[in-house]
Design a protein around this ligand. Structure first.
Ligand code: TPP
Ligand code: SF4
Length: 279
């Protein structure tokens, strides 16, 4: 994490904007917002040293609800924006937030390469296994037999496994949280921000409107009983063979982040850059 000035005694309220979230009552994203603001306060960061970047979706509204710098970008491009920002401004703490549709469908390619590049940012996905904002289409993480008006009988398609794909692609930190455990998810976000390189935190966050069945997740989640491993193959095996509801830090790697490999803070004169591209 880049060194920044800190607030004396910050509270999560310092990171909450005056905008009232428009999420449906009971949506898991309320708690994820609480976990993010709690984590930022815990780290004693200042809002002006933090940027929250998103794409489009209910979950992608997060930047507007924080006092940090924010960018509500286009659907699926949040990681591209976050990557560019972090490379240009390594002093900022960059959080990228969004949903499983935004991150794994249209944004899937960016996800692979953000893991591979291992830039020092934290990617928080509110996984509700559905496209909430566009009224309930199945997403890449939807179960194959989830029956709905838009996919009668289910898609029959094998779900995408984001945590394992993150590991295979080179993410340096992999964790899973649950929105119903605000404090637990805040601890995961703190650890993710503190860990150098690309940190991926999947937070299971029920869409109570289009997936009311996900209200049951609170009875299904359980904390990991083993310490996080630094061996990606072992972490992948554990994640592939669990029930999908294990929470906690599941992998902590020691790959050198992009900044350490490339050298941070090297600036380019914009006029020289412009001249180089002049036709
Ligand atoms: C280029 C483009 N394609 C499609 C859309 C329509 N769209 C908006 S949000 C969304 C999916 C949202 O699902 P997810 O990212 O899982 O977020 P959630 O709403 O569930 O939090 C889609 C397909 C769009 N806005 N832009
Ligand atoms: S549609 Fe679903 S994801 Fe969107 S605000 Fe409502 S409950 Fe949350």
């Amino acid at each position: 994490m880049a060194e920044v000035k800190t607030l004396e005694a910050p509270s999560p309220r310092d990171f909450k904007s005056d905008l009232k979230p428009v999420w449906c009552p009971g949506c898991g994203d309320f708690s994820v917002l609480g976990s993010i603001t709690t984590a930022l306060a815990e780290l004693k960061l200042r809002p002006e040293n933090v940027a929250v970047i998103s794409g489009i979706g209910c979950s992608s509204r997060i930047p507007a609800y924080t006092t940090a710098y924010g960018f509500h970008g286009v659907h699926g491009r949040a990681l591209a924006l976050g990557t560019g920002l972090k490379v240009a401004r390594p002093d900022l703490t960059v959080l990228v937030t969004g949903g499983d549709g935004d991150g794994f469908s249209i944004g899937g390619n960016h996800f692979l390469h953000a893991c591979r590049r291992n830039i020092d940012l934290t990617y928080i996905v509110m996984d509700n296994r559905v496209y909430g904002m566009t009224k309930g289409q199945p997403s890449p993480t939807t179960e194959p037999d989830w029956d709905s008006a838009l996919a009668p009988g289910g898609t029959g398609l094998r779900p995408f496994h984001p945590l394992v794909i993150a590991l295979a692609s080179g993410a340096n930190f992999v964790a899973r949280g649950f929105s119903g455990d605000l404090a637990g998810s805040a601890r995961l976000i703190v650890a993710a921000i503190e860990h150098p390189g690309f940190s991926f935190v999947e937070i299971l966050s029920p869409c109570v409107t289009f997936r009311p069945d996900e209200r049951q997740w609170k009875t299904m989640v359980h904390a990991a009983t083993v310490a996080p491993t630094g061996d990606p193959a072992r972490a992948a095996r554990r994640i592939m063979t669990d029930d999908g509801f294990t929470t906690g830090i599941l992998y902590r790697g020691d790959r050198r982040p992009f900044e350490a490999v490339r050298g941070a803070g090297e600036s380019v004169d914009p006029a020289a850059l412009e001249a180089a591209f002049a036709l």
